[in-house]
Design a protein around this ligand. Structure first.
Ligand code: BGC
Length: 736
């Protein structure tokens, strides 16, 4: 048996053995990925048979997977299996909340659980690679892809990145049939698109790049992510898919990334459109030199690399390096031993009951109670409830963007959730209007329903196609005439003591200022997945006490964007004085701040201790606080730790999240939460762009949101140290 076929041999030996047997064409073939979104064409099959394809995406269904895999394994010369990928972002067929919602749980176990189930289902149908997690920090909600990521904060996103990689891959990439390779995307700074317009230019400082946009990727690499996707965007003059600095120097060099880099969809071909390559051949050359190992759908590598190598313009050793990386992932996944999906297993695993149960538990944890003036929870003895709005009975919106193979027929709507919850009540449903049209003809019916009801639940927001890729918005209001609907309903019932709740489903923060000022209760539901309606009903009627917190700031108006909590200080922080950093026609503060989220109970914070008062770089600061449930219901609180570097050699943010913990407390119960924060987490890039921890004073803030700080303390770092001289540490360890 050839060494590469022998599973008892070490992976590196198998890689080298196989590489030696490959022709240059076959090597380049491994670097090519095509989409089968139009089905398995004869052309695709032929390319696979010739060994000219390394990977396919969008092959769906066990039969198709096995058919194409059989051609690769049995009919190609070397029998190298294909790596089959799909965008399994927040579920495969059992759809979970969108990633922005998952981040709202502030619970990495939630992310790990959702991604693990997604991996299990996808793997069962032969998909062993996902293009997730999306790790783009997003500070601009106009950008539709904010829905796909973990929000605005590098620390929160880094913790979630780690959890997602573990969920998809397990502790390390292996042949475990429940696990798949993850892909950290879109590397890098794709979320910094100017004006929030998708695919747009990103021009940011290296400091912002390293401190804000890089950390989640670094965390994913540290967690062992198998692949990274190079982004579409221009980054400071060099598109991310031709960027030697970010790919070769940082990712593969500084961070020691061992996996492979796949371009985003035709991102190599688009280097010509960016105007950085004169033609596709030059684009191929730039991308391969920068370190892009696989060409997604561009067909640029297949058409040009062979010639470029023959002409001596691309050294063959660059090709070898790329192929090594790709083969390594295939061997580690056990594809050579187990290339096929088992249809029987797929039937047992996909969409099984416990996955739908998990989808409910997870969805509940992602709901954020943004406002509640004594209205929620609703009483179950209400006799007549109006459920109003274009999303109240919509099965599609809950699935959100990128729902893989999710089926809207599986989704539970709010209307259904409410009907199940209060079977004896009369539920009056009125759609009121469409999500986006100008038609107001349904208002009357909605107003009538509201007038007759003892409680009103409005379900408004964005349809699924309004966020995700190529779904940037210039307005952040409720689309169409929905705000008018909300106003009309409110006018009809206000002053009559009828509880009115607004449930907002969206893939981004919305500037619902009018609602926030008038409607007494607001529930932020995002797009919650298949069990959305059940989870929302649980919250509305108090069977679940909401504990989610915002992973992203909600602006009052689009004019405040970008708005994020960890901004720099300026020389004139906003204040009553006119000549300070603010607007003359709008409050500078957000509508709902980062970290915000209410509960049906009250939490008290006490006894902050910060130890030691003086700490050596490399040592750990312990911040402990007691949190007590002072209300009458059990519930979850997310205890948040922020730090402010008082004075440094470069300007620093007003505050930065450095630790968090979601704790569950019964009425009257208290817990001591101890954050063990390594001083490494205080590091930043100094004047010479070397990461340092600086001597000086640091303020500690602990609270319930970035604006609801309950306790403050401080400590001092005794001397300045270079981060390189210290062990790198990723997260604050939290004990309860
Ligand atoms: C998106 C990626 C996605 C890829 C494959 C691209 O358009 O930007 O996020 O993984 O398509 O579907």
């Amino acid at each position: 048996m050839e060494a590469y076929r022998d599973p008892s041999k070490p992976v590196e030996e198998r890689v080298e053995d196989l590489l030696r047997r490959m022709t240059l064409e076959e090597k380049i073939g491994q670097m090519c990925q095509y989409s089968a979104h139009m089905g398995l064409s004869e052309r695709l099959k032929e390319l696979v048979r010739k060994g000219l394809v390394g990977s396919l995406l969008n092959v769906v269904g066990v039969e198709n997977v096995n058919e194409i895999q059989r051609i690769a394994v049995e009919e190609s010369r070397l029998g190298i299996p294909l790596l089959l990928g799909l965008d399994v972002i927040h579920g495969y067929k059992t759809i979970f909340p969108i990633p922005l919602a998952l981040a709202s749980s502030w619970d990495p176990e939630v992310v790990e659980r959702a991604t693990a189930i997604a991996a299990r289902e996808a793997a069962a149908e032969g998909i062993r690679w996902t293009f997730a997690p999306m790790l783009d920090i997003a500070r601009d909600p106009r950008w539709g892809r904010i829905a796909e990521g973990f929000g605005e904060d590098p620390y929160l996103a880094s913790v979630m990145a780690w959890a997602a990689v573990k969920g998809f891959q397990g502790d390390r990439l292996s042949s475990d049939p429940e696990k798949i390779a993850a892909c950290a995307k879109h590397y890098v700074a794709y979320g910094g698109a100017e004006g929030g317009r998708d695919y747009n230019t990103v021009d940011i400082s290296e400091r912002t790049l390293r401190e804000v946009y890089m950390p989640p990727f670094k965390s994913a690499v540290a967690a062992g992510v198998a692949t990274v996707m190079s982004a579409f965007n221009d980054l400071n003059g060099i598109p991310a898919s031709a960027n030697e600095f970010t790919l070769r120097k940082m990712l593969k060099g500084e961070w020691g990334f061992q996996g492979f880099v796949v371009s985003d969809w035709n991102a190599i071909g688009e280097l010509v459109v960016h105007g950085i390559a004169a033609d596709a051949a030059e684009a191929a050359k730039l991308a391969v030199a920068a370190g892009v190992d696989m060409d997604m759908e561009g067909d640029v590598y297949r058409r040009h690399l062979l010639e470029l190598v023959k002409r001596g313009e691309v050294p063959e050793q660059l090709i070898d390096e790329a192929v090594r990386r790709i083969l390594r992932v295939k061997f580690l996944l056990g594809l050579f031993e187990n290339p096929y999906a088992d249809p029987e297993r797929a039937k047992r695993v996909v969409k099984r009951g416990e996955h739908f149960e998990a989808a409910l538990e997870i969805a509940r944890k992602c709901i954020v109670l943004a406002k509640n003036e004594g209205v929620l929870p609703l009483s179950k003895s209400l006799r007549r409830i109006a459920v109003i709005g274009p999303l109240a009975d919509d099965r599609d919106a809950p699935l959100g963007c990128w729902r893989a193979l999710g089926d809207p027929r599986d989704a539970v709507t709010v209307l259904e959730g409410v009907r199940k919850k209060v079977p004896h009540a009369e539920v009056l449903y009125a759609k009121g209007c469409d999500v986006r049209s100008e038609d107001r003809s349904g208002f009357e019916e909605a107003v009538e329903a509201a007038r007759r009801a003892e409680a009103v639940v409005l379900v408004v927001g964005e349809s699924a196609d309004m966020s995700g890729e190529a779904a940037s918005r210039a307005y952040l209001d409720l689309p169409g005439v929905q705000e008018e609907l909300v106003k009309a309903v409110w006018e009809a019932v206000k002053g009559r003591g009828v509880p009115v709740v607004e449930v907002v489903m969206s893939g981004r923060p919305l500037s619902i200022k009018w609602s926030a000022e008038h409607i007494p209760a607001i529930v932020i539901a995002w797009h919650l997945g298949v069990r959305a309606g059940d989870a929302i009903a649980d919250v509305l009627f108090g069977d679940y006490n909401p504990g989610g917190k915002l992973p992203v700031t909600w602006p009052r108006t689009v004019g405040q964007v970008p708005i994020y909590y960890n901004h720099k200080r300026t020389g004139r922080p906003p204040g009553p004085d006119r000549f300070t950093s603010k607007y003359i026609d709008e409050d500078w503060r957000p509508l709902f701040p980062f970290g915000h989220g209410l509960s049906y109970t009250r939490f008290e914070y006490s006894d902050l201790s910060v130890e030691p008062e003086e700490v050596e770089p490399g040592a750990t600061v312990s911040v402990a606080v007691t949190v007590r449930n002072a209300g009458g219901r059990e519930g979850d609180e997310v205890v948040q730790l922020y730090v402010r570097d008082v004075a440094a050699s470069v300007t620093r943010p007003v505050m930065e999240l450095k630790g968090f913990k979601r704790v569950h407390l019964k009425p009257g119960e208290s817990k001591r939460v101890i954050f063990r924060m390594p001083t490494q987490l205080l590091a930043f890039y100094g004047r010479d762009m070397a990461p340092i921890i600086e001597a000086g004073d640091y303020e500690v803030m602990v609270g319930s949101s970035s604006e609801d700080i309950r306790l403050r303390g401080k400590f001092k770092v005794t001397r300045t140290a270079k981060l390189e001289d210290l062990r790198s540490v990723w997260f604050t360890k939290v004990e309860v």
